[in-house]
Design a protein around this ligand. Structure first.
Ligand SMILES: Nc1ncnc2c1ncn2[C@@H]1O[C@H](COP(=O)(O)OP(=O)(O)OP(=O)(O)O)[C@@H](O)[C@H]1O
Length: 572
């Protein structure tokens, strides 16, 4: 069933602006001051949400970015620099960007707890430097000057709210770009992100840079709010709490960032009112984060899911994946000109030789099979050819261009695409979102519709998380095909499909060369599918090519039977 969204971003924006005006009019000054602090926190959380919630990396130094933004504003204030507070805040945000990129560098190699330790160490070091250097104007109590139009606390609340809304809109728009999708893909699989022709280092650094920018902006807004800034405003422990709240609230969503900001400011306030130590708030946040990690759903994601379920109107799908097997009149064809040429490819994992001097030529406009028993080296071959294996020797040439030494995303961009044996389609995207990302070029809705019909993908606005594993496999194939590759290597695309669906896929694959101008290298254990779809088949065993030729004769050869069955039982 297809779903139709009930509310749009424009409605949400109008609602947010109306809420700001109403709050500014009715909320007493003291609470408005706290609400401004909550907004500052929400701006910072929005940035953290890019790195943590979207891209799935741990960052424990958001407070350091805030401190830098605030420091720049204080310094420009002391210098009486031209432009005024609003410009200074922007400069503070931009000043934090190089720091974010610097901090993103370890993230290129480190993950999980290792990245957490590095960012925490950085934050602690920044604490020491800031405490030693002090904030400009702090010792002389020189207040950061606000322009008249945001002179009152009410006006400053509206200003902070507008900064938050502008940031939320920007993040939403960014989320639709290739980088935005790449962050969600990264969180699920770095390998698949690279295989979709996206540079993983660039996507990671962009996430850290933006996160730092938002942190810097938040620090600047805070400086304008409180007037005199001290090192105590940016404690390393606060970075930790910020991360915990970001995880719990789901700060990659605007609503989650706001909820997080409100919780961080008002929970301690409420506890104080109840005579309970304010630090207990951190304990509550930690419990909330543990709950999020155990369910896999932040507060925002939980709400979004409920909302989707309630707000969705079911519309019958035009097509279903379970279509009956339609045998096409197409017969496997073999082109002549070589498009992928692999020569002398060897890979060793320690003492295990996974591939030994493999030569393989995929002609243009051909579906070729690559088969072999478990452990024969098929996946290693795919990894090595597409750039995932370091230390592979031999050469890979695509359409006359040597690819040796190129990273994965550059090989993919050159037209060598692959799919994975394991499920690598990010669940956080819609079908259309994934297809557009994977296509690595502008695709029209008509093209998406055509592809959906070709591979029976169903409704394009469904979320990937709603698809079964077989459908996700087909989606991965569709995404790679949309990129107009020269060669596409499919690593067991029929895993998770019923027999009739595998045969249906075989029919579709046979159409690929003529329809998309691509050759297919099909790695499959389903030999019936290989027989149906492939014009030629190459058999690997113990990392070496043991047979090659048309499927009917090749599969009947005794050495192939021996490789599969251990004796001379013919497979045909
Ligand atoms: N990362 C690794 N470290 C050590 N050995 C590995 C690694 N990856 C693969 N191997 C070994 O290399 C050989 C080839 O494995 P590979 O996964 O490429 O085979 P395959 O033909 O794809 O098998 P399957 O059909 O089960 O996927 C096997 O002996 C395997 O144990």
């Amino acid at each position: 069933m297809r779903r139709v969204e009930m509310t749009g971003p424009a409605t949400q924006l109008v609602g947010a602006l109306a809420a700001i005006v109403v709050l500014a009019a009715v909320v007493p000054q003291y609470w408005l001051f706290l609400a401004t602090t909550a907004l500052v926190t929400a701006i910072s959380l929005s940035g953290l949400g890019i790195v943590t919630g979207r891209a799935g990396m741990i960052s424990l130094c958001q407070m350091s970015f805030m401190a830098l933004g605030a420091w720049v504003v204080c310094e420009l204030n002391v210098l009486a620099a031209p432009g005024g507070l609003v410009l200074w805040i922007l400069v503070g945000g931009l000043a934090a960007v190089p720091l974010g990129v610097l901090l993103g560098l370890p993230a290129l190699r480190l993950r999980g707890v290792h990245l957490a330790v590095v960012t925490l160490g950085f934050s602690a070091a920044a604490d020491v430097i800031i405490a030693a250097a002090g904030f400009p104007g702090a010792t002389t109590f020189q207040q950061v000057l606000r322009p008249a139009f945001i002179g009152t606390d009410t006006a400053y609340f509206v200003f902070a709210a507008l900064v938050f809304v502008a940031g939320a809109v920007a993040i939403r728009l960014l989320g639709r770009t290739r980088y935005g999708t790449a962050w969600r893909a990264l969180r699920f699989s770095e390998r698949a992100t690279a295989a979709a022709a996206m540079s993983v280092p660039r996507a990671k650094l962009a996430a850290f840079a933006l996160s730092a920018f938002f942190g810097g902006i938040a620090g600047g807004v805070l400086a304008g709010q409180i007037g005199v800034v001290t090192a105590q405003n940016f404690d390393t422990v606060d970075s930790l709490i910020l991360l915990v709240v970001a995880v719990m609230a789901g700060s990659e969503y605007a609503g989650g960032a706001i909820a997080g900001g409100l919780l961080m400011v008002f929970v301690p306030e409420i506890l104080r009112g109840l005579g309970v130590p304010q630090d207990w708030g951190s304990l509550l946040f930690a419990v909330g984060a543990v709950q999020t990690l155990s369910t896999g759903l932040s507060m925002s994601e939980d709400l979004v899911r409920r909302f989707r379920r309630r707000g969705a109107v079911s519309v019958p799908e035009k097509t279903g994946r379970r279509a009956a097997h339609r045998a096409s009149p197409v017969t496997p064809e073999r082109g002549e000109r070589p498009v992928l040429v692999v020569e002398g490819l060897s890979v060793s994992y320690g003492r295990i030789t996974a591939l030994s001097g493999v030569n393989l030529v995929v002609p243009e406009r051909t579906v070729m099979g690559l088969i072999g028993p478990n452990g024969a080296g098929k996946s290693t071959f795919t990894d090595a050819v597409t750039g995932f294996v370091r230390g592979a020797t031999g050469s890979v040439t695509l359409d006359g261009r040597r690819l040796d030494g190129l990273p994965v995303h550059r090989r993919a961009a050159a037209g060598l695409r692959r799919t994975f044996q394991q499920d690598r389609v990010p669940p956080g995207l819609t079908v259309a979102g994934f297809l557009r990302f994977s296509a690595h070029r502008r695709v029209s809705t008509a093209e998406l519709d055509e592809m959906a019909a070709f591979l029976n993908l169903g409704a394009l606005n469904r979320h990937v998380s709603e698809l079964d594993v077989g459908s996700r496999r087909l989606l991965e194939v569709a995404g790679a095909l949309l990129s107009r590759p020269k060669v596409i290597i499919l690593d067991e695309p029929a895993a998770g499909l019923a027999h009739a669906e595998s045969m249906e896929l075989a029919e579709r694959l046979m159409e690929v060369p003529a329809r998309f101008g691509a050759s297919v290298l099909l790695i499959e254990h389903d030999l019936e599918m290989v027989r149906r779809a492939c014009a030629e088949v190459v058999v690997l065993d113990f990392g070496e090519v043991i047979a090659a030729g048309p499927p009917a004769t090749t599969l009947a050869r005794p050495e192939v039977a021996r490789a599969y069955l251990g004796d001379e039982v013919a497979l045909a």
